[in-house]
Design a protein around this ligand. Sequence first.
Ligand SMILES: [Zn+2]
Length: 217
Amino acid sequence: MPIETDFFCRCCRTPFLNRYPLDEEGRCALCRAGLRGFDAAYSFGFYSGTLRQLIHIYKYGKVHTLDRPLADLLLRALPRDEPFDWIAPVPLHWRKLWQRGFNQADLLARRVSAHTGIPRTRLLRRLRYTASQASLSHRNRRHNVTAAFACRQPERAAGRRILLIDDVLTTGSTAAACALALKRAGAVRVALLTLARADRRIPFSSQASASEMEGLS
Ligand SMILES: [Zn+2]
């Protein structure tokens, strides 16, 4: 299940079919242009097959006991040599939290915090309800989440290295918006840790339907 690829961006770890999208320093075009927001992105596997099913059962089947094995997968994807000051979950809007009853990113963040000893704090707040992104184009989707997050404790973020945790990385626009809010508050480094990421080397439609992918937030 873990991702195996010969060609991936040094910063965001996006896999590619060949080396041509990467510059001499191994960065993709988005990272080179500073458009990612975050400094690194680590994922255990691709959002497909068994891993996708597990994440679905966890979120929509509300099988909370899966948080321990899933957090173990997160820990396997986390580089051991990279220091962090805070672990912060990607927040849900209060309306979605109320509907689902729990924030899967927060449960995973708790486990990773307990295991690594890195303190967890809810640094981010979701300002807007970004419900129906599935119907939006990539560009509009990015615009839809920009400024959708705010840092609720800027004094805690300033000068700090932050590990953001979420379940799935799809376009990266949600993570970018979170990272930019933390950077605006003075964070020096923001890395993202997710269970799974969309494999954008193959057509989006053959991986999962857009509405299914949208369960991510
Ligand atoms: Zn990149």
